[in-house]
Design a protein. Sequence first.
Length: 290
Amino acid sequence: MKIAFIGLGTMGAPMALNLLKAGYAVTVHNRSREKEQPLVDAGAIAAATPQSAAANADIIITCVSDTPDVAAVILEESGVIHGAQSGALVIDMSTISPSVTRSTAARLLEKDIHMLDAPVSGGSEGAQNGTLSIMIGGSAEDVERAIPVLSAMGSTITHVGPIGSGQTTKAINQIIVAGTYWSIAEGMALGLKAGLDMEKVVQAVGSGAAGSWGLTNRSGNMINNEYPLGFRVRLHQKDLEIALAAARELGLPLPMAAYVEQVETGLMAQGYGDEDISAIARTVRQMGAI
C-alpha cells in the first residue's frame, strides 16, 4: 500500500516515521521543504506538491495546523484533489472545523475520493511512541480500510460517527484538556504559595480522584515554571476557537473554555505561544505573584 503524508510538524513527522517503521511505502510533502529530509533519510520519497504526493497513493494523510491549511493542501491549486486517483482515501488528522471537514469531504466525493476526519490526542510523546488516541468520523467501510494504517500511529482508535464527528470529538477533548490544565495550574499555585513540598503533593493527589495524565506529565512544568514543548499554546488556542465556534452554532455557552482561550491569547501576546500548553500556569503564577 502506498501512502502520502502531508504535514511534517511536531506531530506529523513522528507519525510519518512510524508508518515507515511499519513497512509502508511513504511519500512526504511539507510546506517548509527542509523538514522532509529526515523522513527521506529514513526511506520516504519527497514530493514537490500535495498534488504530486497524492498521485498513485492509496491513502493520503494530512496533518497540518489549521482549517485554512487543510483547505489549501487538499482543494487549492496543486492540492490533493488534483492528484489523487479515483477511489483513493484522504485521512485528515489535523484539528479543524467540523463544518469545513464536511464540505471538504463533499468536494472530494465529487471526484470519487473518500475522506475520513481522524484528529488525534496524546501530544508529541504519543506521536513518537505510536500511542495516539485517534477519533474518526466517516463511513464504516472507509474506517475499516484505514485501520491497519492508523494502527501504526495510535493505540486507541475509535469510530465516533459520520464525517465531521471526529473533529467534534476532538473539540470536546480540547475543552476537557483546558479545564484540566487550568485546575492543575491553580492547585499547583496554591501549594507553592503555601510552601508545600510539591513532589509529595502531586504524589498524594495523583493517587486519588484528582489523578490525570496532565497532573502526572505536566505538573512538573508548572512547579518549575518551565514549559518545554509538548503541544503549543497557540495550537491549543486555535483548537478552542474551533470548539467555541462549533458550540455557538449549536447555541451552547462554554464559559470555562472561553476563559482559557482568552488566557492563551494573552500568553501568545506575551511571546509564549510556542511553549507547551501547561504554560497557562504562567497566568496563575502572575496573578499570585509566585
